[in-house]
Every structure is written in structure tokens, then in C-alpha cells.
Design a protein around this ligand. Structure first.
Ligand SMILES: Nc1nc2c(ncn2[C@@H]2O[C@H](COP(=O)(O)OP(=O)(O)O)[C@@H](O)[C@H]2O)c(=O)[nH]1
Ligand SMILES: [Mg+2]
Length: 304
């Protein structure tokens, strides 16, 4: 089986082809002059790194001597280093605090971002570490959403708490957390809906959910992860801002990096929001979730 670093490289293949290929195009036997720097900046913006972040990176390149030819390998190394510098402050290791029982993790994000899938992957991982895990199906709007969580629950071998179709999600959270306390669960994941069409409704629902949770466990949720779909590119940035306003966001998960050339958006998010990043999703399977590693991500992104 491929190591996770190889898998990350494969997962980021589309992004690295775009960036790495672009670099080769710009820097064939050329100097680091104003013209190539401008082309590099355009490439980074096209690779979803954001205007501000791209300008910052190119400014660092501008400090290198400009009077000799530079190989595309040197450019890649330097670029990976600059990206790593931006990503590193955002690198966070996920850990369950054993003093909090149950340790409550709320998953937020727009429809289709990958919340349910990520819960399934994480639940499997934690269960395999010997923890007692349960899931609360608080995306009560669609019957299919509950069914999907049930599938992941039985695959992982963990209990799923669900209610009637269309029931109040906050009330369901309350009951589900009480049950988790009774059962002595170590970890509880709360799956939520993400209907952004009605933004204020969604925000109110999430806020209410958090308030109600705190009636059962005063300091819950202990982690509140925002799941972002990398294929949405720059839109992910505004999602961070929106969700920050309604939930106590503690970290990010970026999914679907395997299907997009927009992996650079994580650099824009790191540069502009400094939000901690816990995981990256590179596929639909249980194993396709990696801990976020700034150096590995930066190098994979530029094709090193
Ligand atoms: N390729 C790929 N697909 C993913 C990834 N994460 C989730 N998906 C798929 O994206 C779709 C939506 O995911 P889901 O978990 O239902 O999103 P939710 O609405 O936020 O709960 C599903 O078909 C998942 O299999 C990923 O990292 N890579
Ligand atoms: Mg879902």
C-alpha cells in the first residue's frame, strides 16, 4: 500500500500538475526578472492561492539575485519553502482529550462538502484506536442524510443516534448527547445540515444546536470542525468567514483534493484566516483522510 505521503502526492496530482507544469513553462532557461515574477504571480493566482498570498510569495522571490539563470527545480524548492512558511502556523494535530467524556465534535459545512464522509473516516480511525464512538444524525432535513450516516456507522461499528425525519436538530442533539453520557461514550460526532441557501436559518440552527448541547455538557462542543470542499476554490474562503460567525470554529478539514487542481486554496485560507487545519481528504474511502502536514502538503502541491 502506498504510504500516506505518496497518497497525498497522488491526491494533489491535479494541483501539482498545474503549478509544477506552469513553473516549467515560465522558467525554462530564464532569469528571475520582473517579467517571470509577474508570470509566477499569475500562475499562483490561477492556482487559487489568492491575490494577497500570491503577492506575498512573489515578493520573497524578488529578494533572490536576479542576474543568473535559475532552474525550475530551484524555483520549486523555493516555492515549496515559501508555501510551507504560510501553512506551518496552521498545522494542528487532532487529539481527543480523555478528560472530556464524551469528547464532542461538531461538524459544520455546506451541503456536499464532505461532513458525513469525514465523520465516517474519523469514527473508524478512533474506533480502531479503542475509543467508544457514537454519531448523532443532526442533519434531520433529508432522510438520505440519516441513512448515509447509518451506513458509515455500521461500517465503523459505532452507534448512530437519529430521530424522526424532519425533527428539530437541536432537540435531537440534546437527546443524543444525554444518551452518549449514559452510555459512557468517549467521543461523539454531531453531523449537521448545511443548507446555505437560507443562510440566516442555517446560522440560527447551528447556534441553537450549540446552546442546547451546552445544557448537557457545559463546554461542548470540544472541537468544531468546518469541512470545506477544495473544488469550490476561492468560495471556501468566504465559507470560513460565514461559519466563524455562528459556531466556535476550532479547525478545518479540506476534502476532495484528489479531484481538483484547486489545492492552492488552502494556502490562501492559511494566509488570510490563519485557521488551524487538521485533516485533508483525498478520496471517498475510509483510509482517504490524512493528518494535515504543512511541509508534505507544500511539497506535494508544487510536485516535489
Ligand atoms: N473524491 C472525494 N470525494 C469525497 C471526499 N470527501 C467526500 N467526498 C464525496 O463527496 C460527496 C458528498 O459528501 P458528504 O459526506 O455526503 O457531504 P456532506 O453533505 O457535507 O455530508 C460524497 O459523494 C462523498 O463520497 C474526498 O476527500 N474526495
Ligand atoms: Mg451529510
Amino acid at each position: 500500500m502506498a504510504s500516506w505521503i505518496e497518497k497525498l502526492g497522488l491526491g494533489l496530482k491535479k494541483s501539482s500538475q498545474k503549478i509544477g507544469g506552469g513553473i516549467s513553462g515560465i522558467f525554462t532557461k530564464r532569469k528571475l526578472d520582473d517579467e517571470t515574477l509577474e508570470e509566477l504571480e499569475e500562475l499562483l493566482i490561477a492556482a487559487d492561492m489568492g491575490v494577497k498570498t500570491a503577492a506575498g510569495i512573489v515578493a520573497e522571490f524578488g529578494k533572490i539575485r536576479q542576474d543568473k539563470e535559475i532552474s525550475d527545480q530551484e524555483i520549486r524548492e523555493k516555492l515549496a519553502l515559501e508555501i510551507e512558511k504560510i501553512l506551518l502556523p496552521c498545522e494542528r494535530r487532532f487529539a481527543v482529550d480523555g478528560n472530556k467524556k464524551p469528547f464532542v465534535i461538531l461538524m459544520a459545512g455546506v451541503n456536499g462538502a464532505g461532513k458525513t464522509t469525514t465523520i465516517g473516516k474519523l469514527a473508524t480511525r478512533l474506533k480502531n484506536q479503542g475509543l467508544k464512538v457514537s454519531l448523532i444524525a443532526a442533519d434531520t432535513f433529508r432522510a438520505a442524510a440519516v441513512e448515509q450516516l447509518n451506513v458509515w456507522g455500521s461500517r465503523a461499528g459505532v452507534r448512530v443516534f437519529s430521530g424522526a425525519n424532519g425533527c428539530d436538530s437541536a432537540g435531537l442533539c440534546f437527546d443524543g448527547l444525554k444518551k452518549a453520557v449514559e452510555e459512557g461514550d468517549d467521543v461523539v460526532f454531531v453531523d449537521t445540515a448545511g443548507r446555505l441557501q437560507n443562510k440566516s436559518g442555517l446560522m440560527d440552527e447551528l447556534k441553537k444546536m450549540v446552546r442546547v448541547m451546552q445544557k448537557v455538557i457545559a463546554d461542548a462542543p470540544h472541537e468544531c470542525l468546518l469541512v470545506l470542499d477544495a473544488t469550490t476554490g476561492q468560495n471556501a474562503l468566504s465559507q470560513v468567514e460565514i461559519f466563524k460567525q455562528c459556531v466556535p470554529l476550532s479547525g478545518l478539514v479540506m476534502t476532495k483534493l484528489d479531484g481538483t487542481a484547486k489545492g492552492g486554496v488552502l494556502v490562501a485560507i492559511a494566509g488570510e484566516t490563519a485557521a488551524p487545519v487538521y485533516f485533508v481528504g483525498v478520496g471517498e474511502g475510509t483510509e482517504d483522510l490524512n493528518d494535515f502536514d504543512a511541509r508534505a502538503y507544500a511539497r506535494a502541491l508544487v510536485g516535489l
